[in-house]
Design a protein around this ligand. Structure first.
Ligand code: TYD
Length: 141
């Protein structure tokens, strides 16, 4: 599985750091929604879903956490601990967020508005969704 990370350009000077993110330039899609998670309790696993169409960039702007990506065939665990690093999560990818430090703030840029119909929240359903997609592809549909 290819993991795509974006390294954002910090505009640092003697006062400190600043990162600016623009859609289609630093973020590879139109940003329709931004949300963030904080005060995540120890041992909590968030996410546990995939999206049919939505794409995301995850940035741990403070503290640290880990992201598990699963494309139905392979899994990878990616630590996020730098505010200038963005993890791209494409559609059809199961994700889990865990190991949040108490001070972690996980910022998410999403390509779509919140839509429960775009979620696959059952892992068995996700595996079937991937298998069906691959079958369609191999049959040239
Ligand atoms: P949830 O999907 O459980 O978050 P995660 O996937 O990170 O574990 O979302 C938690 C709650 O917040 C749930 O009631 C839905 C709501 N929510 C919104 O209203 N808008 C949003 O953009 C998101 C991501 C969640």
């Amino acid at each position: 599985m290819q993991v795509v990370k974006y390294m954002f350009q910090p505009h640092g000077d003697e006062r400190g750091q600043l990162i600016a993110l623009e859609e289609f330039k630093d973020i590879p899609f139109r940003i329709k929604r931004v949300y963030f998670m904080y005060d995540t309790l120890e041992g909590v696993v968030r996410g546990l879903h995939a999206h049919k169409t939505l794409e995301q960039i995850l940035v741990c702007i403070h503290g640290s956490c880990k992201i598990k990506l699963d494309n139905g065939r392979e899994t990878k665990i990616i630590p996020l601990e730098k505010p200038y690093e963005g993890l791209y999560v494409p559609s059809s990818m199961w994700r889990e967020m865990f190991d949040f430090s108490p001070d972690a703030v996980l910022l998410v840029f999403a390509s779509e508005l919140y839509d429960e119909n775009d979620y696959i929240r059952d892992y068995g359903e996700f595996k079937k969704y991937i298998a069906d997609k691959e079958k369609e592809k191999s049959e040239g549909i």
